[in-house]
Write a protein that binds this ligand. Structure first.
Ligand code: MN
Length: 332
């Protein structure tokens, strides 16, 4: 996924000062963002475009642990549409996490990876110092496309690592909690993901049958949020529907989730991200100058490599915003 806003603004966030120290329940609505071409004269998607709902970064909450970006899309019937068409674009300083509820996404990257990602399979791209990738609906595909893309900011001491792409099957595990759990990243209730990330983090999906209530074990030192992927799930008593994010704060040992109907909820958490980051377009850095350099490198065809096999031109970088932002340094 690429941030395809025509005029992305540079943002500075992270640091402990913005983290709730206690349990909270902040229901944050997402905003619709058009990926791909816009229909002429409208704000809606044109041919080949699609609408995603972005809940993070939100005006009131920028990060949850190292999680810094949450886009949900679908379920959309793409039987007679091009589906997802995200041309080659660069990333640096973050991981992208691709997770599908229905359908398929074909990932290609500048390391030469070509991987079909299906429901129940984690696509984890580590951008590190720099990578380019494309994402598209394959020719031979299911009618429905439904999924989420998440980004994870990498800590300073690891953010210049060599890029990597990993593809992990994540089978559902029946738990004593009475729900099926898939741990994408980190650990929950003794279940551990094989994925490599560089800060204490969890990303786990719970599948609830109708009428089930359970308590997911949490870590008091983590901050958490919940996103509903399907159905309508009560999280700590708050009804969370797809397209909204419930920020939960810290200092919780468990979390009550229940659902009248079958539903799926994604739990995101992590240690508060100490460092302040500068985020613009598809880059996470630490300074405005670094972002400018990354943009220049992409425009010059350097550093990020070349994605082979995508039928279309790479995405040009949008113009830099005029405002120049500075991180305020570490907060405790
Ligand atoms: Mn991307």
């Amino acid at each position: 996924m690429s941030n395809l806003e025509p005029d992305p603004q540079e943002g500075v966030w992270g640091g402990r000062a913005s983290v709730a120290a206690e349990p909270v329940r902040e229901l944050l609505p997402g905003r619709e963002v058009v990926l791909g071409t816009r229909a002429v004269g409208t704000s809606g998607p044109g041919p080949g475009g699609m609408v995603v709902t972005r809940t993070l970064p939100h005006r009131d909450r920028r990060m949850v642990g190292a999680w810094c970006f949450v886009d949900q899309y679908g379920p959309q019937n793409i039987a007679d549409l091009p589906g997802m068409r995200v041309p080659p674009h660069p990333h640096a300083g973050l991981h992208t996490v691709s997770w599908l509820v229905e359908g398929e996404v074909l990932h290609r990257d500048s390391l030469g990876s070509r991987q079909l990602i299906r429901p129940g399979q984690l696509g984890l791209m580590t951008a590190g110092r720099g990578i380019a990738h494309s994402e598209e609906s394959p020719q031979d595909r299911s009618p429905l496309l439904h999924g989420v893309q998440l980004w994870v900011a990498m800590p300073d001491r690891h953010r210049h690592v060599e890029p990597d792409f990993a593809h992990h099957p994540v089978p559902p595990v029946p738990t004593d909690l009475g729900v099926m759990v898939r741990v994408l990243i980190g650990e929950l209730d003794g279940l551990t993901s094989p994925a490599t990330v560089y800060s204490p983090l969890v990303g786990a999906e719970a599948t609830l049958e109708a009428g089930v209530e359970t308590r997911l074990p949490l870590r008091p030192e983590f901050e958490y949020a919940a996103v509903t992927l399907s159905g309508s799930v009560q999280v700590d008593g708050v009804t969370v529907v797809p397209g909204t994010l419930l920020y939960l704060g810290r200092d919780r040992v468990d979390l009550t989730v229940r659902s009248e109907r079958p539903g799926r909820v994604l739990l995101l958490g992590g240690e508060p991200f100490d460092e302040q980051i500068v985020m613009w377009w598809n880059f996470v850095g630490r300074s405005h100058d670094e972002i400018v350099q990354a943009r220049q490198d992409w425009a010059a065809g350097q550093r990020f490599g070349v994605v082979q096999g995508y039928d279309g031109d790479p995405l040009p970088a949008p113009p830099m915003p005029t405002a120049r932002l500075k991180p305020r340094g570490r907060h405790r």
